[in-house]
Design a protein around this ligand. Sequence first.
Ligand code: OOB
Length: 541
Amino acid sequence: MTSHTAASHREGFVPFRDDIAASYRAADLWRGTTLGAILSDAATRWPTRTAVLTDGDPISYADLDVAADRLAAGLIALGIEPGDRVVMQLPNRPEFVTTLFGLLRAGAIPVMCLPAHRSAEIGHLAELSGAVGYVIADTAAGFDYRELARTVQHRVPSMRHVLVAGDPGPYLSLSDVARDRVALPDIDPTDIALLLVSGGTTGVPKLIPRTHDDYAYNARASAELCRLDSADVYLATLPAAHNFPLACPGILGTLGMGGAVCLIEDPSPESSFATIERNKVTITAVVPPLAQLWCAAVEWEDANIESLRLLQVGGAKLAESNARAVTPALNAQLQQVFGMAEGLLNYTRLNDSDELICTTQGRPLSDADEVRVVDGEGNDVPDGVEGELLTRGPYTIRGYYRAEEHNARAITADGFYRSGDLVRRLASGHLMVTGRIKDVINRGGENVSCDELEEHLLAHPAIRHAAAVGLPDDSLGEKVCAAVVLDALVDSPTLAEIKAFLTDRGLAAFKLPDSLHRATQLPVTAVGKIDKRALAEQIAH
Ligand code: OOB
């Protein structure tokens, strides 16, 4: 290891304070193990069990462990050093898992990009991280990542290695990299294990440094909360590089418990249900629009999905009406998950009442999570009152990577992360997400919460998806537009009918939409959340 690289990847990283880190260790939350060791420990305990289900032969824990070591050896032979950043952008295929562990064990820091990212995002993230390598698939979903690599390499000359799963074209084939096992570098568990990409839809994406200690705890505690064990089969439906399917409990949590993981690229009900039936999937995670689609699809898909015991829904607000539909439709328990790549995870518990499960977004994972709900002046508000969620804890970052200026705003002086999410806390500690600080429409001085309006719109039987957006208006500043995807099987309501419906539900007149935008689908972010910025642009054009 050269001290040069070791120091350079720490630059721009805000570590946990020593005394706080010591307290997390004393409480046995941080166990001083690395993410790479999750797999080696599991391979020791369950060598012959299936770790990854594929279309062909399943991969056992012992085989996955060897494959990861061999890839790590090959990466080291290429000159990749501990602390080097490597952009990883792979679709949901078995290579995702091998590559992730190979990079981790070589001591490289994977930058977890999503398949939907394109040159603007990858170029920016590669530059910001100073990446020396880029791991891609040849093609996925009709897109050629080798073309993208060419553009990115042009912009970021530090990116010396492009490794390709599949046909390498002018680059190196990932399958040719593996070498005989060698002694692997010692890794400090307080070091950055990987860099997650922030999910915000405003501004450029930021990098989120997660340490071995904190992320291993994130995955293990989540798996325990979901009562995962070696009989479970986890389906990665969302893009695997996203925090939710990666570690909440996701792939890492499942592997730590000896369960099996399968990954699919196409989350449509047809493909998902067939995989659930074939692999006897017990748990998976989806975003709300997908949950809705699956609930509707049981009408026409006849695959047997009775093995599914838990459907985790998160990433965006799940409307109460949609939450209530999950268990009757899919015959699986619903778990709401309100999480963020920056750390804090809230889960409804398996033994919570149906009421809590359908009307709240869960409560913090860890007893050591500190949550404050504050008003505009930063003062704590009482339970039941809306305020911004601030949080600090054993798996929440103390700062974005290489973002000193932004950190001064995003993190309070005493280390709380300002989430920008508006919540109400119940006496039980459960949180209801009521909106985002910036997701309000200012209509002539009156504030309309988009979240609130959307919740009411979704209660309309003909409305399948809804998003409220502010459109510029000369006299009012902004006007309220309701963008909706209507149920094809029902007569389309007019704007006047929708307004009457909302008025019947007791909504104030100033919150009623001024216009209606009908669409067959709403634009989504890389992980499948409704993308308001893109939507506003679409409506404007
Ligand atoms: C997850 O992570 P990110 O980083 O893509 O997005 C985080 C943001 C939150 O700050 C919040 O604004 C929103 O997404 N969000 C929710 C939500 N879950 C996330 N808003 C309302 N209700 C929910 N249930 O999205 C993420 C990370 C780990 C697990 C689950 C989701």
